[in-house]
Design a binder for this molecule. Structure first.
Ligand SMILES: Nc1ncnc2c1ncn2[C@@H]1O[C@H](COP(=O)(O)OP(=O)(O)OP(=O)(O)O)[C@@H](O)[C@H]1O
Ligand SMILES: [Mg+2]
Length: 257
């Protein structure tokens, strides 16, 4: 498996997307993201944020243009090699997509179990992370019995637990109060300090302002990058992986309310 070329995790070149015979919902999108960078993806409803993320996690193919993921041109990558690329990406879906017949615990444990981790390690990490997101008392609950905000936190925990190379989150704080939203932003920032490239689609401009970081902007399928965004389309070296810290979240963090 090749690593990112030139420290770029993902590159888009003149990418266009249409659904079926409809109009182009993304037009001439060109950017590349530096390994270890952190970006918000903003734009009004219908601007194409979810569509852009779907291209990034290979759920859709572009109608035109070139996408390079982890140094591989996805158009010429054999189909059988795509699942391995896909496993390096953590996704928080706008509609969660939890498995409703499994407990919160088993949903979050899934990526670790697929990765062949020992069951006692799985147990320790899953409980610790679910506690961090305030769901210690709900580890055995199935998603249909949880509130929207609780399901969203399970979805976030599942996406980050395997420490993906690239984390894509689609409105991850849409159902969550501000206090919990900032707590979850902290979780994404910790993951980023460990080397993960992060892209968070959101409507919440207040959150973007308060947390900082660069902005990718979409407006009716047109793409732009804020002048202040350092990690995009330049050759900035990957951020060092947080010194000696290798923990995703502080263990003494206790439970969130
Ligand atoms: N499966 C689909 N089939 C056809 N058109 C679609 C499909 N999904 C999205 N679109 C269209 O693509 C455009 C962009 O939609 P998208 O969901 O990417 O926007 P968004 O920025 O994520 O919006 P929101 O903030 O409401 O989540 C819209 O015009 C939408 O109608
Ligand atoms: Mg969307």
């Amino acid at each position: 498996m090749p690593h990112e070329a030139n420290g770029r995790v993902i590159e888009f070149e003149n990418v266009g997307l249409r659904y079926g015979l409809g109009p182009e919902v993304l037009q001439d999108v060109t950017f590349s993201l530096a390994a270890g960078s952190f970006h918000f993806l903003v734009g009004p409803s219908g601007a194409g944020k979810s569509s852009l993320l779907r291209l990034m996690y290979l759920a859709l193919k572009p109608s035109r243009g070139l996408i390079t993921l982890f140094g591989r041109d996805i158009a010429t990558t054999p189909r059988r090699a795509l699942p391995a690329l896909r496993r390096r990406i953590g996704v928080v879906f706008q509609d969660f997509r939890l498995l409703s017949h499994l407990s919160a615990f088993d949903n979050v444990a899934l990526p670790l179990r697929v990765g062949g981790n020992r069951e006692d390690d799985v147990r320790k990490h899953v409980i610790e992370l679910l506690s961090w997101v305030g769901l210690k008392d709900h580890v055995g609950a199935r998603p249909p019995t949880l509130s929207g905000g609780q399901q969203q936190r399970v979805a976030i925990a599942r996406a980050v637990i395997g420490r993906p190379r690239l984390l894509l989150a689609d409105e991850p704080t849409g159902n969550i109060d501000d206090k919990m939203a900032f707590r979850l932003m902290h979780l994404f920032e910790e993951l980023n300090k460990l080397g993960t490239t992060v892209v968070i689609a959101t409507h919440n401009e207040a959150l973007v302002e308060r947390v900082g970081h660069g902005c990718l902007r979409l407006d009716r399928g047109r793409f732009a990058v804020d002048a202040g965004d350092q990690g995009v389309s330049d050759t900035r070296a990957a951020r060092p992986a947080g010194g000696n810290r290798d923990r995703l979240y502080p263990s003494n963090a206790g439970d969130a309310a």
